[in-house]
Design a protein around this ligand. Sequence first.
Ligand code: SF4
Length: 295
Amino acid sequence: MKKTDIILGYRCNNNCIFCSTAHFPKTQVAKEKIKQQILESKKNKADEICFTGGEPTIRKDIIEIVSFAGRQNFKQIYIDSNGRLFYYKKFCEKIINAGATSFLIPFYAADRETFKLITGSEHAYEQTLEGIKNLINLNQKVDVNIVLVKQNITQLSKIVNLLLNYKVKNILFWGCCPINNPKFNFKKIIPNPKDAAYYLNKTLDSYEQKISHISINGIPPCKIKKYDKYFVWKYTYMSVLLGHNWKIDDLEKQKLDNSIKGKICSSCKRVETCPGIWKEYFKYYHEEEFELMPY
Ligand code: SF4
């Protein structure tokens, strides 16, 4: 299976505290360039395509772009979105009719104030929640990812409970990846993976059976041993990322290149099937503070 992610530009209607592209120029990629990338992806035998950003849905020509991809017969067309525009049911119907088949939407907090703190946006909480609800009511495949940051880990169970009440079936738990953004305020935002794992274990103790599909990324598997079967170690497909004038041929390799193992990992039975921890974490924490527990 081969998937291509196409960046449509870096403009966004949120301003998330951990955004790895927040410092990039707020330009949009030209529509003709995107169409060309769609055709090239098809020629290179991509089975699936994903539109990402920035926020892809705020483009005025998004429906035209998705329709164009829809005519190329990809098996799946993903929209990687903050979900706010799906608050408008008519927009949901338009993008689905154009050919979108799957949606990846982040959800950050169980209450409006924390959501606003994380996204920097006044109405993001209600709009995202309503957007998720609209897509689910329209029988769409919706994966919701929760990025684990200091601001939300203590309310993780509440977030999951809220999502389940909105009939979300697939939940992804992501350790925050702090790469790329030189202005990133690591200490204020990124929890020690040990703490993120503590709240994740607690949440899954209560909700594991109620979530249809769980996946976990960016937390060392040894910190979630009871739930390590949900840990995503490698993509099951080849993933290419296309920007305006650059290309990453193997997104998985790039992710692995951004991770390293601790000294203690050499004694771990899982050392070959664990990416370790994001490199950046070692700048701010001593390895001992992660309390890794080799298999
Ligand atoms: S290799 Fe290291 S980080 Fe990975 S599971 Fe083993 S001890 Fe944990």
